[in-house]
Design a protein around this ligand. Structure first.
Ligand code: ADP
Ligand code: ZN
Length: 650
């Protein structure tokens, strides 16, 4: 019964016919009064899980979110869908806040977004207590978005999230509590349950796999990175993409380089980082969202709250600080479910920069030394996993899924030889944009040598010694007398370093933390040293492919994905023409209403119209993504454009 109502609301407000399986379980739990925990990747549809209950349950639902800049957009989108939403945060003037609170206590709103800091505000607490008291308007649900922020083990810890539990406890009647996050390892998940005080929550962990995303990793120098990105943007000129840089300076420089190369070709390049003025940032963001600038170069300050569904590629110009951060940023590609690609470009200096950041931030944190040290160790741990991602020769998708403890989604994992057919088939390792090279002997020599040295020297020095270099440093450390010195004289020092790096990445060697890391034996070293005849040790690494060729192959893989997705982007014949026509209609509506185009309706909905060619309002409602409110407001414009087009065709 309650679920029927929920389904009706899903259709009426959002235009969808059915919940996705994970959504169904979570919504059902909440409606039955049970707590819930939803761990789902970006784009899986978390917001529906609390928005629909908020719209069908009496009273006001609170949504706690750290993304203040996002709240306005979410509220706008809900209003467009015909709901009564509100938000309360510091972007409102005190007078506006008063009005919101007043209307809220009159029971006007179904849903209210609040920043976590707000929960400690006495006025807000008084309002909430009154609402939850007998005879009050009622608080059926407190939804906690980005719930991983409550955990110190994650990457976005926010102390204010620790206040959520006591806020809930202070309410005269406990509402249902539902927590949502896109990124949580097992440890973080356990923290969410205990720190938020969830009671036997219905837990849904949806596959982290984003099947429509292609993942690529390429190692290259800084100049090559800029060239690669430029080529990529040129050959995807009609598509929208984000390029992430590690620093503001790198962002500024790359944006300039790209603008020089791309703007003469008619491709506008936007730029975004926290050092720009608020007005500049707002303009850059708007240009990107409205497709005036298809490409934006940005630091990680950009993206929180970018719900743009048709981002076709995300390129990382530098290595992010963790797999969590990477997957979140890369995951902004392809939210509409159409093929999109994510490329990570890296080299050794990216990791040096990351280590420098960790040490620097450590020095800034004087508050509690033990806590600072814990956080530092944690950040090195997160970075090591990132390094493993860059260096693995196995399936990149499998690596990420394993990291998040998602073992079910992808049964196959390919290791070793280049052009195999197993694996996910759409990552740069599986499509074999590198050649695998057997370096078992070198790996064995390296592990033995590190054992002999007793873990005192860094990677560069060990590589020199293995190569047999006769330098001052080698002599003064007496490495030239060590067994194994010069045993890899045939191999270039750079290649030896690669092997060492990959031995670290895969756990045969370990690298100490800190700014001057040294090599020691890793937990898997025994597999090399024990020489088990039944399980002979073997080791392959990526032979560096010429970057041009690698990029070309990756591109082909994405094109293949697209072709498979059928009508998706391979719009054929007059579907393509109609699509452009409808996009024009959407552009007009969006300009007139001052709404981002995707809030008018998504590309997916436009494609649905091309395929179905609706002639009536009812037929239009059949198109996924078109709810009643949208049909009422914009329906006529689209229907008459379609009718005109069909007429013309006959
Ligand atoms: P998340 O918050 O998990 O990143 P969103 O809530 O923004 O994801 O939803 C991602 C996309 O999926 C949105 O375009 C949304 O409208 C769409 N969506 C959500 N639920 C459904 C559903 N049941 N059927 C079809 N599309 C859905
Ligand atoms: Zn793969």
């Amino acid at each position: 019964m309650a679920m029927d109502e929920a389904r009706a609301a899903l259709k009426r407000y959002f235009g969808y016919d059915a919940f996705r399986p994970g959504q169904e379980r979570l919504v059902c739990a909440v409606l039955e009064g049970r707590d819930a925990l939803g761990v789902m990747p970006t784009g899986a549809g978390k917001s529906v899980c609390y928005q629909v209950p908020a719209l069908v349950l009496p009273g006001i639902t609170f949504v706690v979110s750290p993304l203040v800049s996002l709240m306005g957009d979410q509220v706008r989108a809900l209003k467009e869908a015909g709901a009564r939403p509100s938000f309360l945060n510091s972007t409102l003037t005190p007078a506006q806040q008063n009005t919101v609170l007043k209307r809220a206590s009159e029971g006007w709103y179904q849903i209210m977004y609040v920043a976590p800091e707000r929960l400690a505000d006495p006025r807000f607490l008084a309002f909430a207590q009154q609402a939850a008291a007998p005879g009050g308007i009622g608080i059926p649900l407190v939804a906690v978005d980005e719930a991983h922020c409550v955990s110190q083990w994650g990457q976005d810890f926010r102390p204010s999230y620790l206040e959520i539990a006591s806020f809930i406890e202070a309410l005269p009647q406990r509402p249902v509590v539902a927590a949502f996050t896109a990124t949580a390892t097992e440890r973080v998940r356990a923290d969410i349950v205990s720190m938020l005080g969830l009671r036997a929550p219905e837990s849904v962990v949806t596959g982290f796999d984003r099947a429509n995303l292609f993942f690529g990793v390429e190692e290259m120098g800084d100049k090559a990175k800029a060239r690669w990105i430029c080529d990529y943007a040129l050959s995807h000129a009609e598509e929208s993409g984000i390029v992430y840089c590690a620093t503001r300076k790198a962002t500024d420089e790359l944006a300039l380089t790209l603008a020089d190369a791309l703007e003469p070709q008619g491709i506008a390049v936007a730029r975004y980082h926290a050092g720009m003025s608020p007005a500049e940032r707002t303009e850059a963001q708007a240009a990107f969202i409205e497709d005036r600038a298809p490409l934006i170069v940005a630091t990680n300050a950009f993206g929180m709250g970018i719900d743009k569904p048709n981002v076709r590629y995300v390129i990382h110009h530098n290595v992010p600080e963790s797999i969590e951060a990477y997957y979140q940023e890369a995951g902004r590609a392809g939210r509409d479910g159409d093929p999109a690609s994510c490329h990570l470009l890296w080299n050794g200096s990216d990791f040096r920069l990351r280590r420098y950041f960790i040490e620097r931030d450590q020095e800034d944190e004087h508050a509690d030394e033990a806590a600072a040290e814990r956080s530092r160790q944690n950040r090195y741990r997160l970075l090591a996993a990132m390094e493993g991602y860059c260096q693995t020769t196995g399936c990149l998708r499998a690596y990420i899924l394993r990291y998040f403890g998602d073992n079910g989604a992808l049964g196959v994992e390919r290791t070793g030889s280049g052009a195999g057919t197993e694996g996910c088939g759409s990552c740069s390792n599986c499509t074999g944009s590198y050649e695998a090279e057997d370096v078992t002997e070198a790996a064995r020599a390296a592990v033995r040598f590190v054992q002999a040295c007793g873990g005192r020297f860094g990677k560069a020095l060990v590589a020199d010694a293995l190569h047999g270099a006769n330098t001052e440093k080698v002599r003064s450390c007496r490495l030239d007398g060590m067994p194994g010195y010069g045993s890899l004289s045939e191999m270039p020092v750079g290649a030896i370093k690669d092997v060492l790096g990959q031995l670290v990445g895969r756990g045969y060697l370990a690298q100490s933390q800190g700014q001057y890391p040294v090599l020691g034996l890793g937990e898997r070293a025994v597999e090399v040293l024990a020489e088990d005849a039944d399980a002979p040790f073997s080791f392959t690494v990526k032979r560096r492919a010429r970057t041009g060729r690698a990029a070309e192959r990756a591109r082909r893989a994405v094109d293949m994905l697209r072709a498979e997705a059928g009508g998706a982007t391979g719009r054929l014949g007059d579907d393509a023409e109609l699509f452009e026509r409808l996009r024009e209609v959407r552009r007009e509506i969006s300009a007139e209403r001052e709404l981002p185009a995707y809030m008018v309706c998504t590309d997916k909905a436009l494609r649905g119209m091309c395929r179905r060619r609706p002639q009536t309002r009812d037929e239009l409602l059949e198109v996924p993504g078109i709810g009643e409110k949208k049909a009422d407001e914009f329906g006529d414009a689209f229907l008459s454009a379609i009718a005109a087009f069909e007429d013309l065709r006959e």
